[in-house]
Design a protein around this ligand. Sequence first.
Ligand SMILES: C[S@@+](CC[C@H](N)C(=O)[O-])C[C@H]1O[C@@H](n2cnc3c(N)ncnc32)[C@H](O)[C@@H]1O
Ligand SMILES: Nc1nc2[nH]cc(C(=O)O)c2c(=O)[nH]1
Ligand code: SF4
Ligand SMILES: [Mg+2]
Length: 238
Amino acid sequence: MSKLPVLEVFGPTIQGEGMVVGRKTMFVRTAGCDYSCAWCDSAFTWDGSAKEDIRLLTADEIFEELRDVGGDAFDHVTISGGNPGLLKHMGTLVDLLHENGCEVALETQGSKWQDWFKNIDDLTISPKPPSSLMKTDWHKLDEIIAELNPLTTSLKVVVFDKEDLEYAKGIHKRYPNIPFFVQVGNDDTEEVDDTKLMHHLLGKYEWLIDQVMASTELNRVRVLPQVHALLWGNRRGV
Ligand SMILES: C[S@@+](CC[C@H](N)C(=O)[O-])C[C@H]1O[C@@H](n2cnc3c(N)ncnc32)[C@H](O)[C@@H]1O
Ligand SMILES: Nc1nc2[nH]cc(C(=O)O)c2c(=O)[nH]1
Ligand code: SF4
Ligand SMILES: [Mg+2]
């Protein structure tokens, strides 16, 4: 049976971001990413710093661990990373979760397609703005968005500055029928004082709200912080 590189299995917690924010969910975090965003809050998934913690697990083993960690107190699992979209065999886990009565969410950046994306219940595509220093492959992103069901898909752009906001406007204009979210960028992923970080991020949230409210191009838009960062700071596994 094919194995998947896993770094974290945690929860239940709330989905802190995007289209199903607040939803009780478990998380499975895979290792490896084809990007290296300047501000990645999960850089340990790809920068080598946690490579000793990567475990190669079958879908059955991942589900067993979800039950060990979360008991029966969940019916929703979010797959994130790194980029889980690199993993051809993730579809086996998605099917197994469905067979066991769980809904499945995915976080990916829209750089790679997998056929199992079609089976995801809450699919977040998060293209990366200029501050990430990554380049969007527009042709690939067009192909991916064209395949997906707008009822189960959302776009989420993290915004750090005005240039990112212009990028966000471009994404929304290009894919107007996909529910659109802008998210506060955390520019202090090293901060260990949760209260200090909370105040800092709330200030950035207010700035982002002001920008979106003033824009004529961002009307059908939801503006959200990372709720888990407000509550629990930069901690892992929450
Ligand atoms: C760690 S990524 C993993 C999934 C996938 N690689 C992606 O980027 O969509 C999960 C989400 O966290 C967001 N994110 C990463 N670093 C962030 C930061 N410093 N501030 C706000 N959001 C961040 C990403 O944009 C993405 O939407
Ligand atoms: N609570 C919580 N919500 C999240 N939403 C997206 C996350 C991610 O890292 O992909 C995340 C995370 O790590 N924790
Ligand atoms: S695409 Fe996601 S996991 Fe990869 S570097 Fe960017 S934010 Fe981090
Ligand atoms: Mg995160």
